[in-house]
Ligand binder design. Sequence first.
Ligand code: DAH
Length: 355
Amino acid sequence: MDIAKLTTELDQIERRVEDALPTLRSIDELRRFEAEILGKTGPLSAFVKAIKDFPADQRGQVGQTVNSRKNRIEARLGTHRDALQQQAAGAEQQAAASFDPTLPGEWREMGSVHPVTAVQWEIERIFVRLGFTIEAGPEMESEFFNFEALNIPGDHPARDMQDTFWLKNGMVLRTHTSPVQIRAMHKFGAPLRTLVPGRCFRYETLDASHECTFHQVEGLMIDRDISIANLIALSKTLLSEVMHREVELRIRPGYFPFVEPGIEIDMNCQICGGRGCPTCKHSGWVEILPCGMVHPNVLRAGRIDPTQWTGFAFGLGLTRLAMMKYGIRDIRVLNAGDLRPLVGAQRLAGAIIRE
Ligand code: DAH
């Protein structure tokens, strides 16, 4: 190689650098290019290595030329690096300047568990401890499971006890959670302990204590020697545990076709403390736990032999219990879109979940 050729090639490299600079928009891009030109395998290193191949009298001049070009290129790249760094700092500063820490924060609604769900979970916990399984059944139910299997044949006056939503396909929206008793008996046979929380539907005129949809918890226990004493003891424990205080119970005979005998367990009204208020219709008591000993016809419909097994069943008014627990006076609040009246209750519900 002669000096003239060397100079031309160095010119070319410098031109390449000049062309590349405007396209290098970040420090990373610049660093990569720098390695390409100035790195060990780059063209400038090759020239430095070639110096020794020149005749001794030319080496000094060649060395000077290569070094001065190398310094120039390094300086150009250095200036470009400074410019890029300044740009980046400017952008950061601008972002910091446009951030206003005094602006009010974005408001987020805090979600919480619905009071009915909170009480449902609490009851489930109590019963799971007692060896009950938790079951569910369909909300659209057949006439067989909702009525017939529960000892309510088509012409039975008890059908009028529950105002029913009949569907065009001949099915009903279940009026209670009792049909799941039969489903559970078919599924598990005896002995059996099961708990069925669920939504029910009735064709009701709405007022402070009636909704066309509400929640119940069905309980069913079948074993060899089950008596009504077991049922009463369990009710007292259950209601006192859920209310977190000793409640008073009143026991009356009640009629339900699927139990014999049937009883009504009332609780002293937790809203007025039993003095009388619109929620308890000024009686001081609320019907909370209708129950009884499972009727032999129902056991038979569940394919369980009534000569071998007895059982009790109850249909806890979950919605009513949640209202009592959280002091909610109007049932319509529970399904309305307005969350404000539920906020206090929701806080309490949250407290229970975190227990
Ligand atoms: N299914 C009844 C209703 O909704 C409530 C009920 C009463 C359920 C007595 C039971 C029971 O299991 O034994 O009105």
